[in-house]
Design a binder for this molecule. Structure first.
Ligand code: LLP
Length: 433
């Protein structure tokens, strides 16, 4: 992981700027995004499709990191987005994101959310269940509107990743079940809905997946569904959406292929298999989140206290923790870090990087080899761009960090640091009697 970083004279640089200078200018904890890396990953995904001459859409799964600035970048890159709540949709609207490039996911979208989507001209509703078909029917009638829809099915593929982030297995809470005929029933319902334009089929097998086989298997399953619908219901899907979930490298122990290689394998499989069935090549959509923003994100912290348990272990504490990155505590996720001003320094000890939250589980890194460090040093954790800030909380009433975007040696604030006043802004003082 450290080999991939820009280190000059022992100092870590992010987007051409010295990391310790960013910490000085904006304070810590600080989330820094190297925008060049975000753009380059979107372009690599698009290139896979361009080279293969297929219709496509790269829809950034914005749950990985959703701010106005991030939506602006995706818009500039000509990609689409996937949103999963009224809140993400609202933020995208504030960024003037083109609504026809938005698809809306979720297993329990409310009527309010569907109304908001239809009113604002969202491109595609990813239908997840029968209740939602009813709700959307009513909303479309009320607004005298039409909309594109796709059916999310559960492909019955168990991906090898943390149980909390598996979604493709048969007992998942998401999507229409294939085996029991629910997906077919949903198709017949939707084909009868005059205001719904049935675009195609979607599946998502889970997140942080390293297996090309898993993705190819899901693609295969989707083409089988396409054929079955074609043969038995006379319906030919125009779009096959294979979701996201492409794994990225967090530590030196992991060796995933580049995210765009998963996509190449998927596209080749869909092209070849539809051809063998004599079906037209559908448009292929993907929804990557983590692989677009994960490696572009860096968390900067200031080192504070230290506790040595003689002969057992040492804790080095930083000024953030599970409030800005819940992933180690929630998924036992591993990260690697370094000292920003001695990034390639020779380690002299192994320590635990502890957060400042009142929980024993608030350990950001279990085992971090580190050169000599002292309070005030800047510690950086790599690859924190996905599901870090977007899952941040105010636990212990700690303000959420600021977010800074860097590109070509220039930095700008993307989200301001929260103040204490922000933390209690929605609290009301009880009346005293
Ligand atoms: N499409 C759908 C329908 C999804 O549910 C998700 C993520 C994505 C796309 C994007 O997946 P990605 O490319 O980012 O893996 N909080 C967890 C990850 C939860 C993923 C939820 N769905 C984590 O921090 O590992």
């Amino acid at each position: 992981v450290i080999d991939k970083q820009d280190i000059r004279d022992h100092d870590l640089y992010i987007g051409g700027i010295k990391a310790s200078d960013l910490a000085k200018e904006y304070g810590t904890p600080l989330e820094v995004y190297d925008v060049t890396q975000i753009r380059s990953q979107i372009r690599k995904f698009k290139q896979v499709f361009e080279e293969r001459h297929v219709d496509y859409s790269v829809n950034y799964a914005s749950k990985a990191f959703a701010t106005i600035g991030m939506y602006q970048i995706v818009k500039q890159e000509g990609a689409g987005i996937d949103v999963v709540s009224g809140g993400e949709l609202f933020t995208a609207l504030q960024a003037d994101f083109p609504m026809n490039r938005v698809s809306f996911h979720g297993n329990n979208k409310s009527k309010d959310e569907l109304e908001m989507a239809v009113k604002n001209g969202v491109g595609t509703i990813m239908l997840d269940n029968f209740h939602e078909i009813d709700l959307l029917h009513d909303v479309l009638e009320e607004q005298n509107a039409n909309i594109d829809v796709m059916l999310r099915i559960t492909p019955g593929i168990s991906a090898h990743t943390h149980e909390y982030i598996q979604t493709g297995q048969v007992d998942s809470k998401f999507g229409f079940d294939l085996g029991s005929g629910q997906a077919d029933e949903a198709l017949q319902r939707v084909l009868k809905e005059k205001r719904m334009n049935m675009k195609g089929v979607h599946a998502y097998i889970g997140s942080q997946i390293f297996s090309t086989k898993g993705f190819v298997g899901a693609a295969d399953k989707l083409v089988d569904v396409m054929k079955h619908w074609h043969d038995d219901f006379g319906y030919t899907a125009k779009v096959v959406n294979v979701g996201g979930g492409f794994g990225i490298q967090y530590t030196d122990e992991e060796h995933p292929v580049a995210p765009e290689e998963f996509v190449s394998a998927i596209v080749d499989e869909i092209k070849q298999k539809t051809k063998s069935y004599n079906l037209p090549t559908p448009a292929i959509w993907i929804e990557p989140g983590r692989s677009i923003v994960g490696t572009a994100g860096y968390s900067l912290y200031t080192i504070g206290s230290r506790k040595d348990v003689p002969g057992i272990k040492s804790y080095v504490a930083v000024d953030g923790g599970m409030g800005d990155n819940i992933r180690p505590a929630l998924y036992e996720a591993d990260y690697e870090g370094a000292l920003a001003n001695n990034a390639d320094g020779k380690p002299v000890e192994d320590v635990r990087i502890a957060g400042k939250y009142c929980e024993s589980g608030d350990i950001l890194i279990q085992n971090q080899p580190i050169p000599k460090s002292k309070p005030g040093d800047i510690f950086v954790i790599f690859n924190t761009g996905a599901y870090g800030y977007s899952m941040a909380s105010n636990y212990n009433r700690n303000p959420r960090p600021a977010v800074v975007f860097v590109e070509n040696g220039k930095s700008q604030i993307a989200v301001k640091r929260e103040s204490y006043a922000d933390l209690s802004r929605l609290d009301t003082k009880l009346k005293e009697n």
